[in-house]
Design a protein. Sequence first.
Lengths: 115, 113
Amino acid sequence: AQSVSQHNHHVILSEAASLELGCNYSYGGTVNLFWYVQYPGQHLQLLLKYFSGDPLVKGIKGFEAEFIKSKFSFNLRKPSVQWSDTAEYFCAVTPLNSGYSTLTFGKGTMLLVSP
Amino acid sequence: DVKVTQSSRYLVKRTGEKVFLECVQDMDHENMFWYRQDPGLGLRLIYFSYDVKMKEKGDIPEGYSVSREKKERFSLILESASTNQTSMYLCASSSDGENSPLHFGNGTRLTVT
């Protein structure tokens, strides 16, 4: 079975700082990768996903993630964070074409952006 | 826009009570899921369903059951609530289409006293 590790449980940044949230997974085969975000009081929503093709994936709100197969990593980045990016971020992985029943989530990273 | 509606935002129940958590989606999705979300543990899959009257155990099914009598509704049942089932419960749905996204409800925060 696969597993997902998110490097930081809590991250505190000032507005305009750059963001990188680490995500590593363990699985021997091809995977689909996701980043979800949960803003305070809101439902979990998809930020971006990687299924195949260009390993640099762009998502909503200026976020991007790079899939590095050799490192089993899918780190989330944003060049300049805003106060409104305060949220909890979850990395998730599922084996290719396995569907969501095998989707495994990381433990989440709480990002606090101070104005 | 897809809407996944969970009937209660907050629920407080006593130990031993039977608890029903309801979830309805309005997009005719085939697949529905129940997760629980706990601080420091992320999301863990409890049960899922790929079709009406069909159910499969997820990673942590113990102490739970589900019901899917209609395509749009997926209910999570705690037969005898216990304090360790105090948690945030998230319902989600998706269609069968390739690359179709997973849509989440707002969650039900259940407290068992």
